[in-house]
Structure formats: structure tokens, C-alpha cells
Design a binder for this molecule. Structure first.
Ligand code: SAM
Length: 248
């Protein structure tokens, strides 16, 4: 994926990076190049979801959801799922694969697909507002933050925070590797980046880190010789206070 070489924080640069990023993903879905998609629940989700203490009936926001089966896992925990995804192909495949009866409505260019317990909003994450999204009690992010180039990751985190109710915890799953070995996506997202992005608003707890190289032959073929995968529990701080970020 190309990078913007202008000053990173200018709105024009952010828009350019986001437009390139959107084009890239729309194209990936059109060509069915979706090596990130798993044919089962993510094992870190099944191992750690209960850590968040989210009760049955809670609404869970799944940004950049693709057609992830993890949404089915969350439904089976009794949660209601609100997903967001750029590609209509991903959303339509999700409902078709799951044999779910779906209705859709389009208002001001945003299409919302609904089935029992699940609402998927098709459109650009950065265009979402709280009114469209509604309220939710927790966030599940696997391969969403790390799908963003570093130039966009802090905008992603800022926007997620703007959308999220103050008490919503996040289960975040990241990958890390030596960026000299491969260009993203997925983008290497080390612990200090997680702290930079979320440390002011959340207590950050590393739940598990595994060697993920053997499970990712496609990334080995792209040049990786080492790869770790980490699950993080982001527990909201009192947002009225202003502590510096730190890892528990
Ligand atoms: C690496 S995939 C991960 C999908 C899903 N979380 C999973 O675990 O399978 C990233 C997804 O984000 C979507 N995406 C990328 N940029 C987006 C944006 N700005 N708004 C909404 N979705 C976006 C892509 O179409 C793609 O399906």
C-alpha cells in the first residue's frame, strides 16, 4: 500500500491516505483476496471474551468487521452485534453464508443491514457518527486497527474513542513483526503503539502473546521470519482524570 509523504497530520494527507486505503480494500473484496478471513472463531476471542465482563444482552461494536465469524461467536454469547464494514460484498456474503434473513435500508448513502441480533452498517468507519451507530457496551477489534497504515491508526483510535461510550472496554488483537521485513497490511503494531494510541483513555492489560508465525504461511511467504499476536484488554479510565498511559 502506498504512503503519503506530506506532513502526516494535514487533513488533505489523511484524506488521501484514507481514500487509497478504501480503494485497496474494496478491490481486495472484489478479487476475493481475503486471506485474513478465518473459517472459525478467533481463538483469542473465545479464550478472553469473558475477561471483559460484558453481560448477555450487551451491544458489541465490531469495527471493520469483514464477514468475520467472530460476530457469530458474540451472538452466541447472547450479545447484540453492531458491525461496520466498507465493502458491501463482505456484508452480503456474511448474511448469505450464515443463512440469515436480512433487511436493508439506505439513508443518506449509508446502508444498514439487519437480522436477528445483528446490525451491519456499510460505509466508511471515519464517516460514522454516534447517531448512526447507536450506543454499545463493548468493542471487539481483530485485524481492524492493524488494517490501518500507521498514518491512519491514530485517527482510527481517536474516532473510535469519539464514538464509544466512556465505559466501553475493548478486546483488541494485534500483530507485531519487524516492518523492515514486510509492508502491511497487516501493519506491525507494537506495545508502545498500543500505549500511544489508547494509554490516556484506557488501562492496558496484555492478556496473551503468542508466536503466530507458523499459523501464517502467507505472511512467511511475504518475508516474515518472526511474528507475534497479542490480545489486549483495554479497560476505560475515568476519562475525567488525565493519567499518562502505562501497561499494567
Ligand atoms: C483485515 S480485514 C479484517 C476483517 C475482520 N475484522 C476479520 O477479523 O476478519 C479489514 C477489513 O476492514 C475493512 N475496512 C477497511 N477500511 C475500512 C473503513 N475505513 N471503514 C470500514 N471498513 C473498512 C476492509 O474492507 C476489511 O474487510
Amino acid at each position: 500500500m502506498r504512503r503519503c509523504h506530506k506532513a502526516k497530520s494535514t487533513p488533505a494527507c489523511v484524506k488521501m491516505v484514507n481514500d487509497m486505503h478504501a480503494e485497496f480494500w474494496i478491490d481486495k473484496w472484489q478479487k476475493a483476496e481475503i486471506g485474513f478471513h478465518l473459517e472459525d472463531y478467533h481463538p483469542m476471542l473465545t479464550r478472553h471474551w469473558r475477561t471483559l465482563g460484558v453481560g448477555a444482552g450487551a451491544r458489541v461494536f465490531v469495527p471493520l468487521c469483514g464477514k468475520s465469524l467472530d460476530m457469530i461467536f458474540l451472538l452466541r454469547q447472547g450479545c447484540q452485534v453492531i458491525g461496520n464494514e466498507l465493502s458491501p460484498i463482505a456484508i452480503q456474503q456474511f448474511f448469505a453464508d450464515q443463512n440469515l434473513q436480512v433487511t436493508s435500508t439506505t439513508v443518506s448513502g449509508i446502508t444498514v443491514y439487519e437480522a436477528a441480533g445483528i446490525r451491519l452498517i456499510q460505509g466508511d468507519f471515519f464517516q460514522l457518527d454516534r447517531q448512526t451507530l447507536g450506543s454499545f457496551e463493548a468493542v471487539y477489534d481483530r485485524a481492524s486497527l492493524i488494517a490501518m497504515p500507521p498514518d491512519l491508526q491514530h485517527h482510527y483510535a481517536e474516532h473510535l474513542l469519539a464514538l464509544a461510550p466512556v465505559a466501553a472496554p475493548i478486546l483488541l488483537i494485534t500483530l507485531d513483526y519487524d516492518p523492515a521485513e514486510m509492508n502491511g497490511p497487516p501493519f506491525a503494531t507494537p506495545a508502545d503503539q498500543v500505549t500511544r494510541l489508547f494509554g490516556a483513555s484506557f488501562h492496558i492489560k496484555m492478556l496473551e502473546r503468542i508466536d503466530a508465525l507458523a499459523d501464517n504461511p502467507a505472511l512467511q511467504r511475504r518475508g516474515l521470519t518472526a511474528l507475534s499476536e497479542t490480545a489486549w484488554h483495554l479497560r476505560p479510565r475515568d476519562r475525567a482524570s488525565n493519567h499518562m498511559g502505562m501497561i499494567w
